[in-house]
Design a protein around this ligand. Structure first.
Ligand code: GLN
Length: 278
């Protein structure tokens, strides 16, 4: 096998056809093939040779499989999460929920945190990282997702503060098992309208249950927003991720129930977060 630097150049070229970040993709795959961090790869690059499996990994990526699935991991909020096709891959845009929670709870940190549709556990565990005295519950309708969330809580050292429950909020009385008094509720529910065409790496590989939410992408908000009444503590705050074109309609749903709503945009300047307070 040839030198790793040359193989990276060649792979980046091939991946430019399907990826917006071909060089980064190639580096992540090479680091994975070598069993090292990307930083170590970059430092030692001139002296490294390409492992045999590298070309097979590049071929998978060429077929649009997400990097996170190929390497089984994705970084979110500086933490290294295990991921699989059973969970939504944590997105950098969702870090806005954590960043905003940190800003909002600067003086009096939350004690009880709830993550609705926890998936890999990314939002809950990132929040527990920022609020070291808090405890949290993550719920999901998927047993396979909860297994991943559990693994992540264990691996990242949050097992004693994070609890996970299998709950399906399309069922009546789903919220009864949760009790009340949550100071911070995080939610990145499915919010994509049914007939939306997604790029291959998302649509062909990520769980549709975590993406699609009925005709207009609003089905899950219609359940979550009314349920907040019982779940939130009196001064509680909800961080609700939304699609780029949903700010008005979802704000209206919350305002009808007397919440004060603040809208925030992500790094790409898209509407991404609604902060709901009583
Ligand atoms: N932000 C995700 C995407 O772009 C959608 C996540 C969701 O539906 N909650 O595909």
């Amino acid at each position: 096998m040839g030198d790793a630097a040359g193989a990276l150049r060649e792979a980046a070229q091939r991946l430019s056809e399907i990826s917006d970040s071909p060089r980064l993709d190639a580096e992540l795959l090479m680091a994975h093939a070598l069993g090292m961090e990307r930083s170590e790869l970059l430092l030692k690059l001139p002296e490294l040779t390409t492992p045999d499996i590298f070309s097979a990994l590049v071929e998978r990526r060429q077929k649009s499989e997400p990097i996170a699935h190929i390497i089984g991991a994705k970084e979110f909020w500086g933490l290294d999460f295990q991921v699989s096709p059973d969970v939504l891959i944590p997105r950098p845009d969702s870090e806005l929920l954590i960043e905003s929670a940190v800003g909002m709870f600067a003086s009096e940190p939350p004690q009880k945190i709830l993550d609705l549709g926890t998936g890999s556990g990314a939002l809950l565990l990132a929040a527990l990282q920022e609020f070291p005295d808090a405890r949290g519950v993550g719920i999901d309708a998927s047993a396979a997702a909860l297994q991943i969330a559990h693994n992540n809580a264990d691996r990242l050292g949050f097992a004693d503060r994070a609890r996970f429950l299998m709950l399906d909020w399309t069922r009546p009385d789903w919220e009864k098992a949760l009790g009340s008094g949550f100071d911070l509720i995080l939610a990145n529910p499915p919010y994509i309208a049914k007939n939306t065409r997604l790029s291959a790496d998302v649509g062909d590989f990520e769980p549709h249950e975590a993406l699609f939410a009925g005709e207009e992408g609003l089905d899950d908000y219609k359940i979550i927003i009314p349920a907040l009444e019982k779940l939130l503590s009196p001064a509680g705050v909800t961080m609700l991720e939304i699609g780029f074109d949903q700010a008005n309609i979802v704000s209206e749903m919350a305002e009808k129930r007397s919440y004060h709503v603040e809208l925030k945009q992500d790094l790409g300047k898209n509407d991404r977060l609604l902060i709901l307070r009583r």
